[in-house]
Design a protein. Structure first.
Length: 143
């Protein structure tokens, strides 16, 4: 595990994430390396939902890997420990309903419920949607 810049992590996400573009920003990013090769990144920021943004909650907003076995679990666990070291009291993330969440359960996260989904586009502020818009599963971990 090594730190990585937000910009470098974003480039990796752009190349490897299955259904999302890189986020606009993050608080910090982590990189997983194996035998000198970058195999995955995690980007952690403020909760996207303003109702959950209380100053002590962090959200893992992107995890992307090259497919290396257990890399996702490694990154979720490291994100949890880094957030705790920075004083956060809870971390959360979202998965698509068809994703099992095995990587999250493996490192102590629990399923907290269903989250809305949908598009950010509104009549007064039209936006193109390039991501899945179905309901998501919210996962949390108390620190």
């Amino acid at each position: 595990m090594r730190p990585i810049t937000i910009r470098e992590a974003g480039r990796f996400v752009a190349e490897h994430h299955r259904h999302h573009d890189p986020p606009q920003g993050a608080r910090f990013a982590l990189a997983a390396w194996h035998e000198g090769e970058l195999i995955g990144v995690a980007m952690v920021g403020r909760p996207v939902s303003r109702m959950l943004d209380n100053g002590t909650t962090a959200e893992v907003i992107r995890v992307a890997t090259d497919g290396t076995r257990n890399a996702c679990s490694f990154l979720y666990g490291a994100s949890k420990r880094a957030a705790q070291a920075l004083g956060y009291r809870k971390v959360l993330t979202y998965t698509l309903a068809e994703e099992s969440g095995a990587s999250l359960r493996a490192v102590g996260w629990h399923r907290a419920g269903i989250a809305g989904g949908g598009s950010w586009s509104r009549p007064a502020r039209v936006r193109e949607t390039h991501h899945p818009v179905q309901e998501k599963i919210r996962w949390e971990c108390e620190l």
